[in-house]
Design a protein around this ligand. Structure first.
Ligand code: NAD
Ligand code: UDP
Length: 310
């Protein structure tokens, strides 16, 4: 099968390309390198079944493929807020282009949506039936509302054009191939600990997140792509919930770092808690995450140790 992965040079996209190649597929990796990195896919370049195309999905793309994973979109708050108009365009205009492509070539298309569609949730843990609590006017809106609108577009192409669509809502995911300057909490803390710098906890560190190792996500995403008669949306995340302060302490313990924890201002609209209800994924996909935080952190720490952090 020929599979298009948009955002394929990014953190999750690079793991997905590698996994799908390993399953014998032909991969077209499309990326504009806004946050993606050629280093992530360097080892795939010699494979005859792997093709890399520099392209911004805000422009139409004319290719022939059987399946599309639409991952293109910056995911770290510092990156998606750097050019918020481009972020919304990528989710909305980019999705329209990819849906148009899927319609023309009759490809199945999967959207990488996010737990951010639940905003700062008033329901805990979050099931797919919860409609969310987002702020249309705040600094996170370019990402949250862009992703919400993308879900709407996917559902309308499904109802109006009978398109074969899938929506996965991804919760905080971490692992090797995160950019050193990614800005998200797991990579920030590990890089800070390894450099001997202070770990920057925003707010008092009592806000929670549930961290999923990337291999578990790839397993869930590909199961969803292969599933019959199920469009989603479906949550993919690890329900083990930790405060950000607990995460900082764990990173210090596992790296053996002498760094200190310092407290910085909490960014506006930072969700107070987040934890997926994964009953639907268990029922429909027979999926649940397998990698505990400690094991995943150790693998990610090893990855960052192999990088030049100077
Ligand atoms: P990432 O920033 O590492 O990867 C995004 C990739 O998309 C990058 O390679 C970037 O260059 C590319 N890109 C951005 N805009 C583009 C455009 N207009 N055209 C072509 N390529 C473009 O982020 P990630 O963590 O790998 O996230 C991948 C996807 O998963 C994103 O859609 C993100 O919203 C979603 N997601 C990730 C998480 C997470 O915790 N990692 C959580 C929820 C959702
Ligand atoms: N965070 C932090 N220190 C950092 C980076 C992030 O305390 O150096 C906090 C952030 O305020 C949020 C949580 O960690 O409460 C997760 O942030 P991240 O950017 O990884 O993802 P989010 O889930 O907010 O999109």
């Amino acid at each position: 099968m020929k599979i298009l992965v948009t955002g394929g040079a990014g953190f999750i996209g690079s793991h997905l390309c590698r996994h799908l190649l390993g399953r014998g597929h032909e991969i077209l990796c499309v990326d504009n390198f806004f946050t993606g990195n050629k280093e992530n896919i360097f080892d795939l370049m010699d494979d005859k079944r792997f093709e890399l195309m520099r392209h911004d999905i805000n422009f139409p793309l004319y290719v022939e493929v059987d399946r599309i994973y639409n991952l293109a979109c910056p995911a770290s708050p510092i990156h998606y807020q750097w050019d918020p108009v481009q972020t919304t365009k990528t989710s909305v205009h980019g999705s329209i282009n990819m849906l148009g492509l899927a319609k023309r070539v009759k490809a199945r298309i999967l959207q990488a949506s996010t737990s951010e569609v639940y905003g700062d949730p008033e329901v805990h843990p979050q099931p797919e039936t919860y409609w969310g609590n987002t702020n249309t006017l705040g600094p996170r809106a370019c990402y949250d509302e862009g992703k919400r609108c993308a879900e709407t577009l996917f559902m309308d192409y499904y109802r109006q054009h009978n398109l074969d669509i899938k929506i996965v809502r991804i919760f905080n995911t971490y692992g090797p191939n995160m950019y050193v300057n990614d800005g998200r909490v797991v990579s920030n803390f590990i890089v800070q600990a390894l450099r001997g710098e202070d770990l920057t906890v925003y707010g008092d560190g009592s806000q929670t997140r549930s961290f999923q190792y990337v291999d578990d996500l790839i397993n869930g995403m590909t199961k969803m792509m292969d599933a019959k008669d199920f469009t989603g949306p479906v949550n993919l995340g690890n329900p083990d919930e930790f405060t950000i302060k607990e995460l900082a302490e764990k990173v210090l313990e596992l790296t053996g770092s002498k760094s200190k924890i310092v407290y910085k201002d909490l960014p506006r609209d930072d969700p107070k808690r987040r934890k997926p209800d994964i009953s639907l994924a268990k029922e429909k996909l027979d999926w649940e995450p397998k990698v505990p935080l400690r094991e995943g952190l150790l693998k990610t720490i090893d990855y960052f140790k192999s990088k030049d952090l100077s």
